[in-house]
Design a protein around this ligand. Sequence first.
Ligand code: H79
Length: 484
Amino acid sequence: MADFYNISCKKSYKVAVYSIPIDTMKIKSLIVTLVLLLPVAPLLQAETPAEKEARMKWFNEARFGMFIHWGVYSGAAGNFKGKPVPGAGEWLQSGGKIPAAEYREELLPKFNPLKYDPEAWVIAAKNAGIKYLVITSKHHDGFCLWDSKLTDLDVASTPYQKDLLKPLEEACRKHGIRFCLYHSIMDWSHPDYATKGPWRGNASNPKPDMDRFNAYLKGQLDELITAYHPGILWFDGEWEDAWTHERGEDLYNWLRKNDSKLIVNNRVDKGRKGMEGHTTDAKFKGDYGTPEQRIPPTGFGEGVSWESCMTMNGTWGFKADDQKWKSTETLVQNLIDIASKGGNYLLNVGPTGEGEIPTASLERLAEIGEWMKVNGESIHGTTASLFSKTSWKGRSTTRQLPDGGTRIYVHVFGQPEGGVITIDQLVTRPAKVTVLVHNGTPQISGSEGAWKIRLPEGSLQKFATVFALDFPVKPKIQAAIAKP
Ligand code: H79
């Protein structure tokens, strides 16, 4: 048996320590730990822009993903020992300053999601037009949704016992949805995570050791990549000083070497600018920007990938009393707004401790799906708007057609006055105009730089009505023609 490093938790973190006498198990653990600690930066070959584009292709075409925040905090639903805890549901341990051991003792025995139906989750996502899922393998509290060999702060220590990730990954594969993982760097329960705190797992450890934590992190990521082949590793909790640029760069390179197709968000490193989420300094690693709870005013230019993650109500992890639901209209218009700026929308659901996605979320997903069934082609596989500003209330996206032509999608929000919209900036007259709901033929009039399109009778859609303007060659757009 290997010795386990065991500091503040009653149960152990299975990180091998080096002591004498050394048996075979220990030698193995020592080798694994040393290999995980080796810096790999110099070994990674530079990627050409074309190679990066190929690796990012599915992500850039997807435009719409689902975030899933799920853990033992979901069962607590915003309360601890009968008292409400302020803040987001998944920040329960921090909000209540709950010592790691107490958090564990109170919540793990209660986590038993018997109503978990992963295929139903995937189908709800797929029907909404969602192309990838990102689920929390581990959030900041350190609890793991799979049976990790390196800790028992995991689902195997709950009454449920079974791996929660595998059946979701299998359902994703069955239904053609990319399976991706969120994995927090910051870990409130691990005795070696170096930011000290009286309620953290390192409280009684005088010398938290980030090298050892890094080996734990890499060891777990190795388990996750091997078992679930995630499309994305979505890091978070990188902002504390305990995590450095050097560690971020090393981890990014190590992951890319481990799995050459993997996409890694920019929170692996220290480059993002607050909640705007964007990395501008090229020295920092990460494949895409991560604005949080906001949509940037414009995109970040061609070839720059990004994804706005947002909640449907006011929390990521389930909170029973959070009923601040956004309307479906807002959610659909957010998706359009983000696509028009060349980004992805990562929309969150917070399932309950029993394993159900809240009804309010399911209702919204179904309504988004109805809209996407008709209008999804104006979102999936599109690129940013060609217009610097829209002269109608709404947005636009662009598609390169296989025959070399261009299709401009025009998203009209609400009900335009007199059923007519004016499209400024567009010089070229469209060869063909259709409305995606296929109700009648839109009439086009006007002149260069101020084309007018009349909505056919009965074509108005809930949330947004979409036109397709087709051009055999690239249309001429001239910002200067725009009216003030
Ligand atoms: O998982 C969800 C949240 O629990 C998590 N991210 C989403 C996806 C989250 N963690 N923290 N926050 C959200 C808010 C924290 C903001 C701050 Fe900071 C951390 C303010 C100061 C430090 C990040 C770094 C934003 C500005 C600097």
